[in-house]
Design a protein around this ligand. Structure first.
Ligand code: M6R
Length: 366
């Protein structure tokens, strides 16, 4: 079942190019110029009446939702809030019939997510589920479903489900943009063309996975580590940090790079590892200045950068290079080295990679 891999997690990391292809599949028109989402039952009028979107999920699915917020706001220009499901219900969110509530759940059985879905429906919202399990509770109860075709995910640490959720959000964002006319046909086609490159680009990254073994082995010797980034890089930093904590048991924190000097910089001491994600062009200069702040305190910085960013490479101690893509799509690439670092750090520490302590694959209690 592990197809020759030592662990399910590693197999599932390597399944990602296929998961991307399958999730995009027939949802992209043959001419590559539009997104076809037959599974959305909302009429164009209903879609136009939506004035806010809530994305609700737990853990890794919540982190995918944070990327989803950027994507929908950028492409469809509708305000989006993202909440963890265990908080959502208890803060009396403003939900009306013009609210689109998107619940994201790999298993479709997470108790808090399901409860949030029910509350949203009770308030008259249209509920769209992004889930990996056909026929799951979430899938049965939602009004519409976008299924991620990642295939079964066995390892407790979510990898291919997360990246397939990103693909689902890109498809949904583009679909909404088409229907609402918030992007030109050329803009939509350009994003689709770049999306089609993603599976091959993940394959390129996976070919370099050996380079991360040594890095992860060094990180595994530390008890604390930081991830920093801005914009979409921050959303991915949160996911990288969760993955690392979950399976390597190394304490880590993800910080919006600009927030460091509001407190956390006090924790940066000589030799501490910092993983700096710097893939967003408009924010690059700012991120580099934050990298300099941690470097000045002795941090050992690994940069995750797009090909060709030589200036950035000069400001860090080492770099993992990812292939060029649109800023909006970088999460689908930049998370992969972070998944591999977590995997190899967990191995280096002799942990049970697929079954980390205290955790269950599916959290069916609130
Ligand atoms: O099945 P779900 O997507 O609803 O699960 C949500 C979280 O429990 C899950 O993503 C968890 O955070 C993962 N173990 C993280 O790797």
């Amino acid at each position: 079942e592990k197809a020759g891999f030592d662990h399910f997690m590693l197999k599932e990391i390597y399944d990602q190019p296929k998961a991307y292809r399958d999730t995009m599949g027939s949802r992209i028109s043959p001419d590559g110029r539009s997104v076809v989402l037959k599974e959305i039952s909302m009429t164009p009028e209903q879609l136009r009446s939506i004035n806010r979107v809530h994305i609700v999920a737990c853990g890794t699915a919540y982190h995918a939702g944070m990327v989803g917020k950027y994507v929908i706001e950028k492409l469809a220009r509708i305000p989006v809030e993202t909440d963890v499901a265990s908080e959502y219900r208890y803060r009396s969110p403003i939900i009306t019939k013009d609210t689109l509530v998107i619940v994201v759940s790999q298993s479709g059985e997470t108790a808090d997510t399901l409860a949030a879905l029910r509350e949203a429906k009770r308030c008259g919202a249209h509920v769209l589920a992004i889930t990996n399990v056909v026929g799951s509770s979430v899938a049965r109860e939602a009004n519409d479903i976008i299924t991620t075709w990642a295939g079964p995910e066995i390892a407790v640490a979510s990898t291919k489900a997360y990246t397939s959720q990103l693909i689902a959000f890109y498809l949904l964002g583009l679909y909404m943009a088409q229907e609402l006319g918030t992007q030109t046909a050329e803009e939509v086609a350009a994003v689709i063309a770049a999306m089609k490159e993603l599976p091959g680009q993940v394959e390129e990254i996976l070919k370099q996975s050996d380079a991360l073994k040594g890095v992860a082995g060094e990180m595994a010797k530390h008890d604390n580590l930081f991830f920093i980034g801005r914009g979409l890089d921050y959303a991915v930093a949160l996911e990288g940090s969760l993955k690392l904590k979950e399976i390597s048991y190394i304490h880590s924190e993800a910080y919006a790079a600009g927030e460091l000097k509001h407190g956390t910089l006090a924790l940066i001491v000589e030799d501490i590892p910092v993983i700096a994600l710097a893939t967003q062009h408009e924010l690059l200069e700012k991120t580099v200045s934050n990298i300099k702040e941690v470097k000045a305190r002795g941090a050992n910085v690994l940069g995750i950068a797009l090909e060709g960013e030589l200036e950035l490479q000069k400001s860090v101690d080492s770099t993992f290079v990812i292939p060029k893509t649109l800023d909006l799509l970088t999460p689908a690439l930049s998370v992969v080295p972070l998944q591999l670092i977590s995997y190899y750090a967990s191995l280096a520490r002799g942990n049970d990679v697929d079954k980390p302590r205290n955790l269950a694959k599916s959290v069916t209690v609130e």
